[in-house]
Every structure is written in structure tokens, then in C-alpha cells.
Design a protein around this ligand. Structure first.
Ligand SMILES: *[C@@H]1O[C@H](CO)[C@@H](O)[C@H](O)[C@H]1NC(C)=O
Ligand SMILES: *[C@@H]1O[C@H](CO)[C@@H](O)[C@H](O)[C@H]1NC(C)=O
Ligand SMILES: *[C@@H]1O[C@H](CO)[C@@H](O)[C@H](O)[C@H]1NC(C)=O
Ligand SMILES: *[C@@H]1O[C@H](CO)[C@@H](O)[C@H](O)[C@H]1NC(C)=O
Ligand SMILES: *[C@@H]1O[C@H](CO)[C@@H](O)[C@H](O)[C@H]1NC(C)=O
Ligand SMILES: *[C@@H]1O[C@H](CO)[C@@H](O)[C@H](O)[C@H]1NC(C)=O
Ligand SMILES: *[C@@H]1O[C@H](CO)[C@@H](O)[C@H](O)[C@H]1NC(C)=O
Length: 504
């Protein structure tokens, strides 16, 4: 079986290698301006790779770009959209084999596939899946590859290429000297930090694929097995640290040995002890940083929403009523847990331990508290959200910062004075206020270091000082936000007040 599959893979990878033989390294390419500058005051460069170097071609994506370029009133925003919207397809499809139903999608400047990132890297193409069969087939192949990863390693979030691709695994310095239980194979796993939102990313990609295509063939045995592993992890990680006899309960632990880059984690790699809340605990945050307290409110909000979506697609496809019923129960229990343990004086806490302690803050990485409306957990006019958002975009949030050049929410992943453009994009999804939306939009647009792509973080004192030249999720998220505004607030960004929806 391996030989048969391998032969197909060799043909494909040879094709791609031949086509891309002279293609520049996009991490380097993205660090200097290319092409003619846009005609607005920002004069942003054209950063798409040469057609021959693009990793996937889609006529429906090209159509959205040309439609939007004709309708966006600010040529700088149009250029940003043109660069960012296709970035996932232009640069990150490292392997795709239709017959094998496998695709490997990298995050950008790191050659590994993150479950969370892919859930977002394709989110802005959702409306195209019903009209673009090739694109839908690609997404289905991403889901199938992830079903394999999750089946084997449900506690891990970032993975190596499938063996069929014959692509070499990448070495991760940050995984050196790390002891993780259950143990992992580094030929399959790039990094095994347990982040409950990674599992949500897998479900999100699956449910949005089905909702757009109504193609239930994505839910194969592989996929159902992966979903069972998600339930297993939820069950294990919702349990308190101590049982009634004070036996310490641990299904997963992660710690660095002396001298390793990540360092040691307290309590045998388990972190801070937790109580019982009905929520599901997590070891690391969506930023890949360690959690302070296990119950991460926004990740649980996303889990509650995605479990409900999972039940909806199963019901629609008339499949696995038992799985659907469990998904609904868990979704409800988690939501109750959030309201009971995660809200204080009508303000959502970022993390709690279920024993009375809480951390009032936010981190830019989605799922974040600021993204609760984007996640579909609540309405942007929800009173507790409005109160929470006011706190998050102020000095009371330790990871909010504002300087002469840039402002927003960041996190300890880089440092407190490098907020992330992603947080301003999230703020737009969470706002109905035209002035606030434009302020956030131009805070992002003015701070691409003149490179016309969305970066990970930007120094509040110096817009030229940024991290990650090639970050596909952030680019996709910007494109998704512009499409959202084109539909929700056309007068703000389009020449006329006619909403734009791809394919309509
Ligand atoms: C691309 O360039 C970056 C930055 O120099 C480097 O770290 C990376 O290994 C290169 N990637 C490849 C595939 O050569
Ligand atoms: C995309 O199209 C260009 C021609 O416009 C071609 O050279 C390139 O190989 C195509 N890429 C893929 C992955 O098929
Ligand atoms: C996997 O782990 C082994 C043993 O620690 C190490 O020698 C090897 O370089 C690792 N491979 C990758 C791809 O990181
Ligand atoms: C770590 O997790 C494993 C299960 O994967 C468990 O058997 C072991 O007892 C845990 N170790 C600690 C120190 O909690
Ligand atoms: C963005 O830059 C323009 C100048 O090009 C300036 O007028 C505007 O106030 C800036 N907006 C923000 C939100 O920084
Ligand atoms: C930072 O902001 C100052 C004041 O608005 C401006 O003069 C300067 O050009 C900006 N620098 C960068 C690198 O964005
Ligand atoms: C701003 O950051 C850029 C890129 O890191 C650096 O070259 C430049 O010297 C910095 N400017 C100031 C005023 O620190």
C-alpha cells in the first residue's frame, strides 16, 4: 500500500519541484517591497509571487480579487487585499494529492502545519467552496490529513508533512529537550503543545466545509475516529487536578529539561492545579505560550460554538446521532461553565483555575476574548462583551499598549510593547462603530513597514520594527475582515453602498 501511494506522490512532488525550481524563498521575498506601489498615500508594493511560483491557482479567488479591486475606494486597501487574500493559496500549499485526499499546508515562515492556523487560513474562502470544486477538494484533503494527525496525536497542534509527500520533516529547536506525555514521534509531530483551540480549528474547518458544500464524504472513518479523540481529550482535560482522595490526575504533561529553550514547567509539567468547572482545560494558549490557569475562556467559547456546529452538520447529514447528542451536551455544559466561572462583575476573564483565581487580560491570538463575536459565541452588542472590550482596549489589560506608531493587544509571546495587527482586525469584527472600524483598519494599514502584508507584531514606538514577514493566517484574516466589511459596511470601504458578497 505504501509503495502504491508513494509512486503517486513522487510524480506530484517532482512536478512541483520543477515548477518552483527558481522560486524565491518567500520569507526573504516578503522583506523587501516588490512591483509598482499602489497609488494611495501609503504606496504599498505588490507582493504576490510570480504566477509560476504560486502553490495553488484558483479562478474564483482571482475573480474576488478583481471584483474587489474595482470596488474598493482606497487604492492602498485594495493593494493590501490583493496581496493578502490569496496568500494562503499563493504560498502555503506545500503538497496536494487529490487521489490520496491529502494536503499539507504550512503556516508561512515555519514549514509545519498548525491545526489552528489552517482553520483560519481557509476561513475567508468559505463562500467560494460551493462554486470552486478544485478549492473544495483541496480543503477536503487538508481535513483528511488533519483527521489522521488528530487520530494519532489529539494533544498536539503542529505537524510534519505526510510521508506520502516525501517532504522532509523540519527540526524544531523549541521541541529539543522537551519531555511530553503521551510521547510523540517527531517525524509526524512538529510540536506537541496541548491547546484545546487546535481541536476547535479542526472542527471549524470540517463544519465550514460541510456547510458550504454539503459533501458528507469528508466524514469518513478516519474523521469519525478523530472526533472520538476530541471527546476523549475533553473528558480527560475537564477533570480536576485532584480526585476525591487527593490523587493527582494527569493525562498530559509537558516540560523542558534543564538547558532546553522552553524551560521547566512546574508540578511535573502540569502547570497550576485546577478545579472542576464544566469547561475543558488547556496546557498552552493559542499563542503557543504556557497558560497561567487552565480554563481559557475564549478557547472554551470556541469549543462550545464548534461542538454545536458539529452537531448541526451531523444532524443535517443524518449521521451519527449519538455523536451529535454528545456534542450538544458538551457544548451546553461548557457554555454554562463559562458563565458560572469565567465572568466577574460582567467582565469575562481570560483564564480561571476554577478555584477562585482569575487572570483579567487578553492575548491577540484568536480565540481571544476580543474575538468572542467573531467566534460566534455572542453578539457584538452583548452588554458583558461591551464592558469586557472596553477593559481589554485600555491600560487595565496588561497586554494592551499604545505608542506614537502602533497600538493594540499583544501578548508575552513577543513582548508587551509589540501588539499584534491581528488584534485590530479582531476589534473590527467586534465593532459596529464606523469611526472605530476605520481607526483600527488604518492602524493596521499604516503599519505594514511599507511591505503590504500583515505581520505578527509591530513595535508601538517604531512601525518598521515587526516580526514574521510571512504569516499566512494574519494575511487571510485581513482578507476575511475586508470581505466582512464589504458585506456589512460597504459605504466604509467601497465606492458605493451596494454590499459585495463573492459569487452573488
Ligand atoms: C528561507 O529563508 C529563511 C530566512 O533566511 C530561512 O530561515 C529558511 O530556512 C529558508 N527556507 C528554505 C526552504 O530555504
Ligand atoms: C499556477 O499557474 C501558473 C501559470 O499561470 C503555473 O505556472 C503554475 O505552475 C500554477 N501552479 C500550480 C500549483 O499549478
Ligand atoms: C527527532 O529526534 C531525534 C532524537 O532526539 C533527533 O536526532 C532528530 O533530529 C529529530 N528530528 C527532527 C525532524 O526534529
Ligand atoms: C504525565 O502524563 C502521563 C500520561 O500521559 C501520566 O502517566 C504521568 O503520571 C504524568 N506525570 C506527571 C508527573 O503528572
Ligand atoms: C494613517 O496614515 C495617514 C497618512 O497616510 C494618516 O492621515 C492617518 O491619520 C493614519 N491613521 C491612523 C489610524 O494611524
Ligand atoms: C512613527 O510615528 C512618528 C510620529 O507620527 C512618525 O513621524 C514616524 O515616521 C513613524 N515611524 C515609523 C517607522 O512608522
Ligand atoms: C526601527 O526599526 C527598524 C527595524 O528594526 C530599525 O532599522 C530602525 O533603526 C528603528 N528605528 C529607530 C528610530 O529605532
Amino acid at each position: 500500500m505504501k509503495l502504491g501511494l508513494g509512486l503517486g506522490a513522487i510524480t506530484i512532488s517532482v512536478c512541483m519541484a520543477a515548477a518552483q525550481v527558481d522560486c524565491p524563498n518567500y520569507t526573504i521575498y516578503a522583506q523587501t517591497p516588490k512591483g509598482n506601489p499602489s497609488s494611495g498615500p501609503l504606496g504599498l508594493p505588490y507582493m504576490r509571487p510570480e504566477p509560476a511560483c504560486r502553490t495553488f491557482n484558483s479562478t474564483s479567488v482571482e475573480k474576488v480579487i478583481s471584483d474587489m479591486k474595482a470596488r474598493l475606494k482606497d487604492p492602498d486597501i485594495a493593494r493590501l487585499f490583493e496581496n493578502t487574500f490569496p496568500n494562503t493559496l499563493d504560498t502555503t500549499v506545500k503538497y496536494f494529492n487529490k487521489e490520496e485526499n491529502l494536503a499539507f499546508i504550512i503556516t508561512g515562515d515555519i514549514t509545519a502545519q498548525w491545526l489552528r492556523d489552517t482553520g483560519n487560513q481557509f476561513a475567508h474562502y468559505r463562500s467560494l467552496l460551493s462554486m470552486d470544486q478544485e478549492l473544495a477538494t483541496l480543503v477536503k484533503a487538508v481535513i483528511n490529513n488533519e483527521a489522521r494527525y488528530v487520530s494519532e496525536y489529539p494533544y498536539c497542534g503542529a505537524f510534519q508533512p505526510p510521508p506520502e509527500s516525501n517532504l522532509p520533516p523540519s527540526h524544531n529547536d523549541w521541541a529539543d529537550g522537551v519531555v511530553v506525555n503521551p510521547p510523540v514521534n517527531n517525524q509526524t509531530v512538529f510540536e506537541c503543545k496541548y491547546e484545546v483551540d487546535s481541536l476547535c480549528g479542526f472542527i471549524k474547518l470540517s463544519t465550514s466545509y460541510y456547510q458550504a458544500t454539503k459533501d458528507a464524504s469528508m466524514m469518513n472513518d478516519n474523521w469519525f475516529f478523530a472526533i472520538e479523540q476530541v471527546f476523549r481529550v475533553m473528558n480527560e482535560q475537564s477533570q480536576p487536578s485532584y480526585d476525591s482522595n487527593f490523587n493527582f490526575v494527569s493525562y498530559y504533561n509537558w516540560t523542558g529539561l534543564p538547558g532546553s529553550l522552553p524551560g521547566m514547567v512546574v508540578n511535573g509539567g502540569n502547570g497550576e492545579p485546577k478545579g472542576f468547572t464544566g469547561m475543558v482545560g488547556t496546557s498552552h494558549r493559542p499563542s503557543d505560550d504556557l497558560s497561567v490557569y487552565a480554563f481559557l475562556t475564549p478557547a472554551n467559547a470556541m469549543l462550545s460554538v464548534e461542538l454545536n456546529n458539529l452537531a448541526t452538520i451531523l444532524d443535517d447529514a443524518k449521521l451519527a446521532p449519538d455523536v451529535s447528542a454528545r456534542a450538544k451536551q458538551w457544548s451546553q455544559r461548557i457554555k454554562q461553565g463559562i458563565h458560572e466561572y469565567g465572568v466577574f462583575n460582567d467582565v469575562f476573564a481570560y483564564e480561571t483555575n476554577g478555584l477562585g483565581s482569575r487572570y483579567m487580560m487578553d492575548d491577540a491570538n484568536v480565540p481571544s476574548l476580543l474575538s468572542l463575536p467573531y467566534l460566534g459565541f455572542l453578539d457584538r452588542n452583548d452588554a458583558a462583551y461591551i464592558k469586557t472590550k472596553k477593559m481589554l482596549m485600555s491600560r487595565q489589560n496588561p497586554y494592551y499598549a499604545k505608542g506614537l506608531n502602533f497600538s493594540g493587544i499583544g501578548g508575552p509571546h513577543i513582548d508587551a510593547w509589540h501588539p499584534w495587527p491581528m488584534s485590530q482586525i479582531t476589534n473590527i469584527f467586534g465593532s459596529d462603530d464606523d469611526d472605530e472600524i476605520l481607526e483600527s483598519l488604518y492602524t493596521v494599514a499604516n503599519n505594514t513597514a511599507g511591505l503590504g502584508l500583515i505581520h505578527e507584531s509591530v513595535n508601538i514606538y517604531n512601525g518598521s520594527d515587526y516580526t514574521r514577514p510571512w504569516f499566512a493566517w494574519a494575511n487571510s484574516y485581513f482578507g476575511e475582515m475586508i470581505l466582512d466589511l464589504a458585506q456589512r459596511k460597504p459605504h466604509l470601504i467601497l465606492h458605493d453602498n451596494e454590499p459585495y458578497v463573492p459569487g452573488q
